[in-house]
Ligand binder design. Structure first.
Ligand SMILES: O=P(O)(O)O[C@@H]1[C@@H](OP(=O)(O)O)[C@H](OP(=O)(O)O)[C@H](O)[C@H](OP(=O)(O)O)[C@H]1OP(=O)(O)O
Ligand SMILES: Nc1ncnc2c1ncn2[C@@H]1O[C@H](COP(=O)(O)OP(=O)(O)OP(=O)(O)O)[C@@H](O)[C@H]1O
Length: 260
């Protein structure tokens, strides 16, 4: 790639969101042959404490997609990811400019990892689409009982990790997708798949969009159930978008949906 990110002003990037490991910005500047329609994904590091030097801890996002995910999904369904060099001073300027846009609870514990030499460019899967649906399915398997203690075996071979975490969150007063089980989503059974999507949908409605397992965007802006009221309070809307009955791969191919 013949250009440097440092040729773009940090003000030409827009903070989109972040998870535990990655912070995401979308390009918001004048037309650029490489950057228009793209997001920049940068790894984060703990605000306090130590972490391994970058050389010992490379960003495995691209390798993971190439070596693992592409064996599970037809590569034509996968977003085009490009590794891009980072300049530490530019990353510093980007961090300073965007710090105030980050949620307070994230700011307290993490920063952009300025020791990284590369970031990842990916298609903007939210901003450019009239409607995008983001599903965070979580862990779609039960643990192998060889690794379980006799005490935990009975419960952990029947109840998945996500359902247990949802239960714990509820007891702590935190909104969680109580009716959603990822084992249903990945089961391959039409009935269970519908049950999982219905559970996601109901949790989305009941929590007024505050669960992170299902998020809906319109022209890049998050849509909350309270924004749209009764017009989308019908299961049929999401069923139509997700194409219930199809497997997730073909759903991804047909719809503006992504699974993280
Ligand atoms: O442990 P969980 O189930 O709460 O999941 C964590 C997620 O919390 P969630 O419940 O989805 O809000 C958490 O998500 P958020 O930070 O809440 O967006 C991360 O995905 C975390 O993974 P990692 O530490 O970034 O590799 C997730 O940790 P792992 O599931 O990878 O251990
Ligand atoms: N290519 C993309 N286009 C648009 N938005 C994106 C893109 N990639 C990520 N995002 C947004 O940024 C958020 C954080 O990204 P992502 O889930 O990859 O971070 P993470 O740190 O890996 O997550 P986790 O907390 O699960 O570990 C996503 O929830 C999504 O809303």
């Amino acid at each position: 790639m013949a250009f440097c990110l440092s040729q773009t002003s940090p003000t030409r990037w827009k903070y989109i969101s972040e998870g535990g490991a990655t912070i995401v910005f979308s390009y918001n500047g004048p037309h650029h042959p490489v950057l228009t329609g793209k997001v920049l994904r940068l790894r984060k590091a703990p605000r306090e404490g130590h972490w391994p030097p970058q050389d010992e801890n490379p960003d495995l996002t691209v390798a993971f997609q190439q070596n693992v995910i592409s064996r599970l999904l037809d590569p034509s369904y996968l977003p085009d990811l490009q590794t891009i060099p980072l300049q530490a001073e530019w990353v510093d300027a980007l961090s300073i400019y965007h710090e105030s846009f980050r949620p307070r609870e994230r700011r307290g514990i993490s920063v952009i990892d300025r020791s990284r030499h590369t970031g990842v460019l990916a298609p903007d899967l939210i901003g450019g689409l009239s409607c995008a649906v983001e599903v965070k399915p979580k862990w779609g398997f039960l643990p192998n009982c060889r690794h379980l203690s006799p005490e935990s075996k009975p419960i952990k071979t029947r109840t998945c990790r996500t359902c247990m975490h949802a239960h714990l969150k509820k007891t702590e007063g935190v909104n969680a997708a109580m009716q959603f089980c990822p084992l249903d989503l990945f089961s391959g059974s039409k009935v269970r798949l519908e049950c999982a999507i219905e559970g996601l949908w109901n949790s989305w409605i009941q929590s007024n969009g505050s669960i992170n397992n299902l998020r809906i965007f319109s022209h890049g802006k998050i849509v909350l159930p309270s924004d749209v009221g009764h017009r989308v309070s019908q299961m049929t809307a999401l069923k139509r978008i997700l194409g219930v009955g199809a497997n997730l791969a073909s759903v991804v191919a047909r719809n503006p949906l992504f699974v993280r």
